[in-house]
Ligand binder design. Structure first.
Ligand code: NDP
Ligand code: MG
Length: 412
């Protein structure tokens, strides 16, 4: 198998001093988990900048606790409210707003590590800014990789940035890959990747009942506490489809080399199979602080606050094939992964619009896949990948998806 280099390079001696960390999406689920891990290691990391969108009160509390030099709220009004609170408290923290503020803090010279934890395509440009500045980028925000994975990897190699996966499955795969694989050496005996999937809250729900499920039910994930968008993606299994595309981009494997395995206990976070028949699995409690601590400390290890895995309590590990009839998003994602080019960006954009419409109770759960399928049918993907083409196709797919949502709208 021909191999290209991958953007993971060994640690350098500079990592001995306290490293500066910027968190994009600090007010979200991953952002809060990251701050919890950093709080355990005050001598090893300093918080340089934090960003959010609307939750200025949570951001203010984070500013008081972690004293970053800069805080950014995408939303202008939220930034003004944060600025007023920071001024009243007499804190020496600069408050910025808007997309320019996000891109600026992603590339600050004091920052060694950027946690990319904004949700959705909105994270693409700030994440790119961190990559182009040659940072260690901890990638929770999977949508940019789905939209433009080959471009992100190319940019990382050019700038000397490291892309370390936070998504629990990809972090597991990273941990199970041989070291030679990470430095782009020729074939290191990897046969395939087994991408595990909890099955989501509707794993056992009959097909006929899926049209009636509510956003609250879709967001009640059995094993993980996550933001609303990724929770719905986990319920439709589009999350696993996005992760398939993410794995192909990060690990230079084909969709055929990735098998999705439903594993309801979420104890094995993914596996790598070797040509000699060995299968290496990474296991642990389902808690995002493990991959976060792993990537912050890599190639060393540090405490994350996660409890030991109690195998006696887990007792058994089950595996099933995914049901692509009840969860059509999976097949849509496999098709987009095989097509390549802008197909994954179109899939991602249509999914974001459809999920937002479902959360706003405008369409039914089962309409999410219908919207995405209609947009993929309506819009030819480009095979050539460049950032302007990706952004143009993202925008066009959103328009088509919005029109499809209006057509399907509940009560219309
Ligand atoms: P949340 O919804 O909890 O948090 C999203 C964060 O992004 C918040 O800080 C939010 O700000 C900010 N944000 C929202 N919209 C914008 C925007 N347009 N521009 C800039 N910032 C914005 O999401 P999660 O933490 O759950 O997920 C973050 C990413 O990580 C997603 O891509 C998800 O797929 C991925 N991920 C998450 C996992 C999890 O366990 N949660 C697991 C694996 C991957 P505010 O709240 O202030 O409005
Ligand atoms: Mg995941």
């Amino acid at each position: 198998m021909a191999r290209r280099p991958l953007p993971f390079r060994p640690a350098t001696a500079t990592q001995r001093r306290a490293r500066g960390v910027t968190i994009l999406g600090a007010t979200g689920t991953i952002g809060v988990n990251t701050l919890n891990v950093l709080a355990m290691h005050p001598a090893d990391f300093t918080v340089v900048a934090l960003t959010g969108n609307t939750q200025f009160e949570r951001m203010f509390e984070q500013c008081v606790q972690f004293a970053p030099q800069t805080a950014v709220m995408l939303d202008e009004q939220a930034a003004a409210q944060l600025r007023a609170k920071i001024d009243a408290a007499g804190l020496p923290i600069e408050v910025l707003s808007g997309a320019a503020g996000l891109a600026q803090v992603a590339s600050l010279p004091q920052t060694d590590i950027v946690m990319a934890a904004i949700v959705g395509a909105a994270g693409l440009l700030p994440t790119l800014s961190a990559i182009r500045a040659g940072k260690r980028v901890l990638l929770a925000n999977k949508e940019p990789l789905v939209m433009s994975g080959p471009l992100c990897v190319q940019e990382a190699l050019k700038a000397g940035a490291e892309l370390l996966p936070i998504d629990s499955e990809h972090n597991a795969i990273f941990q199970c890959m041989p070291p030679s694989y990470r430095t782009g050496e020729p074939h290191a005996g990897v046969r395939r990747v087994l991408l595990t999937c909890s099955g989501g809250p509707f794993r056992e729900t009959p097909a006929a009942a899926l049209a009636q499920v509510t956003p609250e039910q879709a967001c009640a994930h059995p094993n993980w506490v996550m933001g609303r968008k990724i929770s719905v993606d986990s319920a439709t299994l589009m999350n696993k489809g996005l992760e398939l595309i993410e794995a192909c981009a990060l690990f230079d494997v084909t969709p055929e080399q990735v098998e999705i395995v439903v594993h309801p206990q979420s104890v094995i976070h993914s596996m790598v199979e070797y040509v000699d028949g060995s299968v290496l699995a990474q296991m642990g409690n389902p808690d995002m602080r493990t991959p976060i601590a792993h990537a912050l400390a890599w190639p060393e290890r540090m405490e994350s606050g996660v409890n030991s895995l109690d195998l006696f309590q887990v007792a058994r590990l089950d595996f099933e094939r995914p049901d692509s009839a009840r969860f059509p998003c999976l097949a849509l994602a496999y098709a987009a992964a095989r097509s390549g080019g802008t197909a994954p960006a179109i899939l991602n954009a249509a999914n974001e619009v459809a999920v937002a419409a479902f959360l706003a109770r405008r369409i039914r759960f089962t309409d999410i896949a219908a919207v995405i399928a209609a947009v993929l049918d309506d819009m030819p993907a480009a095979s050539e990948l460049s950032m302007p083409i990706v952004l143009a196709h993202d925008a066009r797919a959103r328009e088509l998806a919005a029109a499809e949502v209006a057509r399907l709208e509940v009560g219309a």
